[in-house]
Design a protein. Sequence first.
Length: 101
Amino acid sequence: MAKRKFRTFDEVQLERYKKHPKELKSYLQVALAEYQKDGDEKAFLAALSVAARVHGGFSKLSRATGLNRENLYRALSRNADPRLSTIIQVLNTLKYSLKIA
């Protein structure tokens, strides 16, 4: 009997946003809004990490931003405390921005 392989939540999420890239912007907007409400920075960084992987991964993002791949990966991990300049550079490279409304 063949062993069934289950996908992780991250794999499912990545697959979904690759198929529906327009929904990725809404996902990031909600993650940022939630961060502004409750300060859950980890959820916003996780959403930004998903966006990076949907747009080609950390290697491609590293080449586009000029930032070190390992540092980018660490900056967008759940235990990170990245600089605002890194977040802005990543968002700009992914064609997103922070807005003050």
